[in-house]
Ligand binder design. Structure first.
Ligand code: HEC
Ligand code: HEC
Length: 202
């Protein structure tokens, strides 16, 4: 199948990009360092509010990559740019390893019918032609390098990110570009449904 083939090719290219990010064993972050993140991301990376992502259970490579993207401005976000700009490379690696090892708590189910609709998109793709999320993010949305974990995030965070990928004029990195190609094929109702479903996935 043409789409399956080009998807595999894209995944192989992305895997090569991330192969450059090898993570040596990192020291545990100090309490003072963790304190810089806790107000928004919680003491163990389980988010303190619906618009902040969980860091718990996210892949260490992805956390480190995004901290670098915030610092360079490739992922535009004023708050996180200021935070990331004050971290050294070794501190980023310590934090990434710490959060990746923390257990993540899924969000409670709020609307079973909407979540069921979202599950169909996650497993089979959207009527607008977006491919199944599971194809890249894994059968439970737990992520698989170079694709991030998307399960258990607050629905409002996932919805906002899908809109950012859809609306940004362009990205300079192949990973965000790959996700943009998916997001532009999702309607607003698809986004809401899949975000609601993912929030409940353990
Ligand atoms: C003032 C609140 C605040 C603080 C403090 C903060 N963050 Fe964030 N962080 C956010 C917000 C908001 C986002 C979502 C950004 C977006 O929409 O792109 C985010 C996103 C992230 C992401 C991207 C996660 C993903 O799934 O893509 C990482 C990684 C991250 N933060 C790490 C950290 C670390 C490490 C610290 C501490 C050194 C920290 N943050 C401190 C608010 C904060
Ligand atoms: C072709 C592979 C591919 C498919 C299919 C795909 N994604 Fe992604 N997705 C990615 C990549 C690569 C990234 C990381 C992009 C980056 O670094 O900004 C990503 C990032 C994300 C993020 C941001 C996570 C975070 O915390 O920063 C969300 C949310 C997301 N995808 C949701 C979805 C949903 C929902 C679907 C299905 C409708 C989907 N993705 C399908 C490749 C894919």
């Amino acid at each position: 199948m043409q789409t399956a083939f080009s998807l595999r090719r894209a995944s192989a290219a992305l895997a090569l990009v991330l192969a450059a990010f090898t993570i040596p064993a990192a020291a545990a972050p100090s309490a003072a360092l963790l304190q810089r993140c806790a107000a928004c991301h919680g003491a163990t990376g389980n988010t303190a509010a619906a618009l902040y992502p969980n860091l718990a259970g996210q892949s260490a490579a992805y956390i480190e990559l995004q901290l670098n993207n915030f610092r360079s401005g490739e992922r535009p976000h004023a708050q996180m740019r200021a935070v990331a700009g004050q971290l050294t490379g070794p501190e980023m690696r310590e934090l990434a390893a710490f959060y990746a090892a923390q257990p993540v708590k899924p969000q409670p189910s709020l609307d079973a019918a909407l979540e069921q609709q979202g599950r169909r998109i996650f497993e089979h793709g959207s009527t607008g032609g977006a491919p199944a999320c599971a194809g890249c993010h894994g059968p439970q949305g737990h992520g698989q390098a170079p694709f991030p974990r998307i399960a258990s995030q607050p629905a409002s965070y996932t919805l906002e990110q899908l809109k950012v990928y859809r609306d940004a004029p362009k990205f300079n990195n192949p990973l965000a570009t790959a996700m943009k190609e998916v997001a532009v094929k999702l309607g607003e109702a698809d986004m809401r449904a899949v975000a609601a479903y993912l929030a409940t996935v353990r």
